[in-house]
Design a protein around this ligand. Structure first.
Ligand code: AMP
Length: 121
């Protein structure tokens, strides 16, 4: 899948639309989800142009990977959910119902998140 530079997260990265920033590093950006599904719902994205984990895992540099993983842990600590627990999810493609075609990790916590997965009937 080719990267669409007009996706909403690309616009956030270019400063064309605002975000509620939590953390910014050399290679990553974290901001609150506009439609939170739980008490704390933050998105962590790479600054590079990656559609999903599929091409990030294949094309990204080690520095980008390290930065993203460290950012995920740092965001959880900043939210204060490291002791109570949290869930990290990333959707890739059709079956996962990925909406925004720029790699993002959902960091969710702050309450009991229920079962890991509930399939639609
Ligand atoms: P996904 O279904 O994994 O692609 O999730 C996309 C997420 O992006 C959803 O949780 C949306 O609420 C969130 N989202 C969409 N637009 C924005 C925005 N402008 N700022 C913050 N989060 C957004």
């Amino acid at each position: 899948m080719t990267y669409d530079p007009n996706n909403v997260f690309a616009k956030i990265l270019r400063g064309e639309i605002p975000c509620n920033k939590v953390l910014e590093t050399e290679h990553s950006l974290a901001f609150h989800d506009i439609n939170p599904l739980c008490r704390h719902h933050v998105l962590v994205i790479p600054k590079g142009s990656y559609v999903s984990l599929d091409d990030f895992s294949a094309r990204s540099s080690e520095a980008e990977i390290v930065d993203l993983i460290r950012s995920l842990g740092e965001v959880a600590r900043m939210l204060g959910v490291d002791a109570s627990g949290y869930r990290i999810m990333s959707n890739h493609g059709h079956d996962a119902r990925q909406e925004v075609p720029h790699l993002h990790f959902h960091v969710c916590g702050g309450e009991d998140l229920g079962p890991m997965l509930r399939l639609p009937k």
